[in-house]
Design a binder for this molecule. Structure first.
Ligand code: PAD
Ligand code: ZN
Ligand code: ZN
Length: 361
């Protein structure tokens, strides 16, 4: 099958013909219909997350089940599915306490000694997050998948696999936003625009969108932003303080940069909460004023994959979409072929897109 392989960090992905194994016990083979491109793929490519090459990236897919391995009971060929990177074991401390997205075993591949799921020229090729969906097919644990309605368009379903679940879940699951609260979203990519919609769905009062790309603001306003700040020509911290009378109740950092994390904390008002959604490269540290946190009782929380229970959340998000309460069509900036994935990363680096979706034949 055709796949985009990361052979080295900071180099273009190579489009190669690679081998994919048959499903083993508990595994499912999925024909990929569409896969969104998330900034986390780029962060891995740039060496900001520890995923060694060779590896097939891609983790925001939807597709159709082709074959199931022994013991798989929840899926059958023909089922429409979304893949999610937070597989869960069901028995660890986090799974049993109701936070399966923190499962200790979620990135476990096949048992020791088993053949690799993916290979090229007889050499194993690593998977990213069990999914590796920049490829015509996906071989993953059944617990990486959720079955969805057949009438949900798969190119939009794909977005729910990571960006939408991450952003929407940050607002709906990680924190409790009371109706009327003031919310800031920093970074209007697929993740930030979804967090923005989460804020709108909770009934937030002011929803302030911050980005450096002017074109994003029309989109953000259409999705529920009440105010927009272009950080390339306006100092965003004092602008937020002015709009909120001293700082916002909730600030979502959806970029993953050190300066914008610091801005997020500074924009957070007394008693407010900073939600770190963007993934700062693991090689970097962020300085914040501890006294500022203590004296104003600000909270900082991370939010991983929208604190999801994805088999519960994703079908719900599809209902939101199909009933007109969640915009997904507007998030798709372009539909592209797998071969265009490196150009897509360039567009992402320049902030020219909301979400780009690879569509397979
Ligand atoms: P994206 O690249 O599509 O969007 C980033 C946005 O930030 C763009 O609109 C940029 O124009 C904007 N931007 C860049 N610099 C600035 C700045 N200095 N000030 C204001 N705006 C700026 O990314 P994405 O939406 O795919 O992902 C966003 C982050 O979320 C990224 O760090 C990704 O790795 C992370 C993520 N986290 C999780 C999680 O579980 N926490 C899951 C998925 C993605
Ligand atoms: Zn992602
Ligand atoms: Zn677990």
């Amino acid at each position: 099958m055709k796949a985009a392989v990361m052979r080295a960090n900071n180099a273009p992905l190579e489009i190669e013909d690679i081998a994919i194994d048959s499903p083993g016990p508990g595994e499912v083979l999925v024909k990929t219909a569409a896969c969104g491109i998330c900034h986390s793929d780029l962060t891995v490519l740039e060496g900001g997350l520890p995923v060694p090459p060779p590896c097939v990236l891609g983790h925001e897919p939807a597709g159709i089940v082709e074959e199931v391995g022994s013991g798989v009971s929840g899926f059958a060929p023909g089922d429409h599915v979304i893949g999610c990177l937070t597989a869960w074991c069901g028995v660890c401390r986090f799974c049993t306490e109701g936070r399966p997205y923190l499962c200790l075993d979620q990135f476990l591949g096949r048992p020791e000694g088993a053949a690799a799921r993916l290979s090229g020229g007889g050499e194993p090729i690593g998977q990213f997050a069990n999914l590796s969906s920049f490829a015509e097919k996906i071989l993953c644990p059944e617990r990486s998948l959720v079955k969805i309605r057949d009438d949900m368009p798969l190119d939009r379903a794909a977005l729910i696999g990571c960006g939408v679940t991450t952003g929407l879940g940050a607002a709906l699951n990680t924190v409790n936003i009371p109706a009327g609260a003031s919310v800031v979203i920093i970074g209007l990519g697929g993740v930030g625009l979804s967090a923005l919609q989460g804020a709108r769905i909770t009934g937030a009062g002011k929803i302030i969108a911050v980005d450096t790309q002017e074109w994003k603001f029309e989109l953000a306003r259409g999705l529920g932003a009440t105010d927009c700040i272009n950080a390339s020509d306006t100092e965003p911290i004092s602008a937020v303080h002015d709009l909120t009378g001293g700082g916002a109740d909730f600030v979502f950092e959806c970029i993953g940069l050190v300066p914008t994390v610091q801005q997020a904390v500074a924009m957070t008002g007394r008693g407010g909460t900073t939600v770190l959604v963007g993934v700062v490269p693991m090689t970097e540290m962020v300085q914040v004023s501890a006294a500022d946190l203590t004296l104003q009782e600000k909270k900082i929380t991370g939010s991983f994959m929208g604190s999801n229970r994805f088999r519960f959340d994703m079908p719900k998000y599809i209902e939101f979409y199909l009933s007109g309460r969640l915009a997904l069509d507007e998030l798709v900036s372009s539909r592209i072929k797998l071969e265009e994935v490196n150009d897509a990363f360039e567009h992402m680096r320049k902030g020219e897109v909301a979400r780009q979706v690879i569509v397979f034949d």
